[in-house]
Structures are given as structure tokens and as C-alpha cells.
Design a protein around this ligand. Structure first.
Ligand SMILES: [Ca+2]
Length: 213
């Protein structure tokens, strides 16, 4: 496990019970300029836990630093594990490694991975100390999950494995592994699996806290 860097640790695939209309929308967006405030105005403000550090240089403006030990940000977003709608979650992240890190890197290197209900899908090598755009999309219609990393994507059949309780950035409830590194511009789309082209647009042009057309 030490050689894998699970995407769900960064942007935990938890979900809210959605009672609104069926069209896709940007549910929550965290540019981390004003701490962990949800910039969409929907009120899903995050709660930093255990000393996660705000104000470091981010991909854009400021960002949070996670110590890889116990830091995380809890979001007031609660999962409906039994009826996961399509969802896209992503962020800019900079994976940091220290020699004492519990994550470490083994001979095969660290990977960006997805955890699905059928197991773990490791895909792209994770590069240390470099801002990387990562996203995961679950398409309920096709029953597939896509991992997108810096313009490349891989799609697999499956369902994202969901953690219990509120969504957490940087950790997953019940698991001891924590994210070590920086995180910025976290976004969550509801009821839509964004395409790699749409994610490319977010990667290159940034995100507007309004729904994509
Ligand atoms: Ca920022």
C-alpha cells in the first residue's frame, strides 16, 4: 500500500443526497483563498482539522498543506452510498514526500490510483513536488470510472468506492493513510461525469464557480 497514492485520499468519493433538479452543476468549489470556504455560495464550507496549514503558495494564490500524518479538511457533504449519482471531483495537488512519510515510495514508485468497489486501480506515476491536475469521474450511465491526470485519462468499468460519513479532503474516514502535500482548487460536480475535454478546459482555463454550459 505504501507505493500507492490513492486519489480518494485527496478527494474522497463521498456524496451528498441530492434533492435538486437533475441537471449537472458545480456543487462545491474550494479555491482556498478564503480558507476552506465554498466559493459557489452553496454553503459547503470545509472545516480544517488537526492543523492543516493554510496560506502556502498554491497553484493559484494560496493553498493548504497537509502533513501526511493526521491533517484533513472535512466537508459538510454526506454520502448516499447506495445511490451514487454521476460525479466528478478534482483538484490541483502537489504530492510531497519526506523520508519519514508513512506513505513513502517503493521501488515501483507512487501512483495516482482510484479505489473502486472492485479494488484499486493504479494508473499514472505520481511525481513529487510538482503541481498536478487530478480528477475522478464516475459515470452512472455507463458504469465507468475515469481517472484524469494532467491531460491524460484512463477509463475502467466500476463504481467509485465510497467512504462513510462526511467527505474529507486529505484523508478518508476509517483509514490511517493521509495525504502529504499541497492542495488547491478542489471542485465537485454533481450529476455529471465530465469528459476529458471538459477537464482539459478546467485544467487550462481554471474553473468558474458557475455550472458549465
Ligand atoms: Ca488557491
Amino acid at each position: 500500500m505504501s507505493g500507492r497514492f490513492y486519489l480518494f485520499i485527496v478527494i474522497v468519493a463521498s456524496w451528498i443526497t441530492f434533492s435538486g433538479t437533475a441537471h449537472a452543476s458545480l456543487m462545491a468549489y474550494y479555491p482556498f483563498e478564503d480558507f476552506a470556504r465554498d466559493a459557489t455560495g452553496h454553503g459547503y464550507d470545509g472545516a480544517p482539522k488537526n492543523g492543516v496549514t493554510h496560506g502556502i503558495q498554491g497553484h493559484s494564490g494560496s493553498a493548504y498543506w497537509f502533513d501526511g500524518i493526521d491533517d484533513y479538511i472535512e466537508l459538510p457533504i454526506v454520502i448516499d452510498q447506495n445511490d451514487l449519482p454521476s460525479i466528478t471531483i478534482g483538484a490541483w495537488v502537489k504530492f510531497g514526500i519526506e523520508s519519514t512519510s508513512p506513505q513513502g515510495v517503493n521501488s515501483s514508485g507512487a501512483h495516482w490510483s482510484l479505489m473502486t468497489r472492485g479494488g484499486i486501480i493504479p494508473t499514472f506515476l505520481a511525481q513529487q513536488g510538482r503541481w498536478t491536475f487530478v480528477a475522478a469521474a464516475y459515470d452512472k450511465l455507463t458504469g465507468t470510472v475515469t481517472l484524469y491526470v494532467d491531460g491524460k485519462s484512463m477509463t475502467f468499468p466500476g463504481v467509485l468506492d465510497l467512504g462513510p460519513g462526511p467527505m474529507r479532503l486529505g484523508a478518508r474516514e476509517g483509514l490511517s493513510t493521509h495525504f502529504l502535500g499541497a492542495m488547491d482548487d478542489v471542485f465537485i460536480f454533481i450529476d455529471e461525469a465530465l469528459t476529458p475535454e471538459e477537464l482539459d478546459k478546467i485544467r487550462t482555463q481554471g474553473i468558474n464557480p458557475m455550472p458549465l454550459p
